[in-house]
Ligand binder design. Structure first.
Ligand code: ADP
Ligand code: MG
Length: 294
């Protein structure tokens, strides 16, 4: 059974359509990135999964149950975009308070270790840096040993060092066969830290696959050459070509099959091809292409 299922889910806020007929299924044990620009519907999707919002249409299921049932059973942990800590409590007290609310929580020491907080256990919550507070919020999210961990832009406000430590903690937690879904608008994070990337734009599914598949599927390569004043007509019909740009006498062909495009360029046209350059688009280019189209 899938850990997470969205079946034709839409969510309106008044006139705003934040999630638009979204269908997807996530297997247990996977770490999945929900990648999209600001306003794409990431937080709305996560709040739907937690039962904090109800879909306008469609259904959301968590291990075959409703989000409310899954939350009640202690199966869900979440780190939301806005969540305050209780300032007067120490890190240890706060975590212990939250873990006791769950039926089968992790041991306090284990949580502190996983969240890299052992040295900060006695520190008051109001004396923590931004990155340290995020680690406490991560600790609270995993306290109940949830099967499904939802992280909404967890590394916002973290410096590079904190990010590295945070992702190491996330991978430790995920390695126990747990399902992790994290929202991000950082391409590198999605690329480096997930088994699968779900790209959403304007509430719709724009792409779904491994980072490598998404790069390939979005016409991930370019072939460019000096066109001079030769005509560009017909370049867009070469095999593999998904788009053509001509600027300052340089033609850039976006292609899903560099070999086929090159062969046709040399054998199938009478163009004088000079200053040939090949490049592999990175995930960023693929992401931009995908979110622009949809
Ligand atoms: P993301 O997390 O990807 O940045 P959100 O899910 O927060 O996106 O928002 C999706 C869309 O819904 C945006 O257009 C946003 O402005 C709108 N939206 C979010 N929350 C509300 C709300 N409470 N009321 C009205 N519109 C909202
Ligand atoms: Mg958000």
């Amino acid at each position: 059974m899938n850990a997470i299922v969205f079946d034709h889910v839409s969510k309106h806020y008044g006139d705003v359509l934040a999630v638009d007929d979204l269908s997807l299924a996530i297997e247990p044990g996977k770490t999945v990135a929900l990648l999209g620009p600001n306003g794409a519907g990431k937080s709305t999707s996560i709040n739907l999964l937690l039962g904090l919002l109800k879909p306008t249409a469609g259904t959301v299921a968590v291990h075959g149950r409703t989000p409310d049932e899954a939350v009640r059973a202690g199966q869900m942990g979440a780190m939301l975009q806005n969540g305050a800590l209780i300032p007067e409590l120490s890190v240890k007290e706060l975590i212990d308070l939250v873990r006791r609310l769950y039926p089968n929580p992790l041991a306090l020491d284990e949580i502190l270790k996983l969240a890299d907080l052992t040295d900060l256990a006695g520190r008051r919550a109001n004396k923590l840096s931004g990155g340290q507070s995020q680690r406490v919020r991560f600790a609270l999210a995993i306290a109940g040993a949830p099967r499904i961990l939802l992280l909404d832009e967890p590394t916002a406000a973290m410096d590079v060092e904190s990010r590295l430590r945070f992702w190491a903690s996330m991978h430790d937690y995920a390695s126990g066969g747990r399902t992790v879904l994290f929202a991000t608008h950082y391409l590198e994070e999605a690329d480096e830290h997930s088994d699968r990337v779900i790209v959403i734009a304007r509430g719709r599914l724009a792409a779904d696959g491994t980072a490598a598949e998404i790069k390939a599927g979005a016409g991930g390569h370019t072939v460019s050459f000096a066109l001079g004043d030769q005509p560009a007509a017909g370049l867009d019909r070469l095999p593999g070509v998904t788009a053509v740009e001509v600027a300052a006498g340089v033609a850039t062909l976006h292609t899903s099959d560099t070999d086929a495009t090159l062969a046709a360029l040399y054998r199938g046209t009478s163009l004088d091809v000079r200053e040939l350059k090949l490049s592999s688009a990175d995930l960023e280019a693929a992401f931009l292409a995908l979110t622009r189209e949809s």
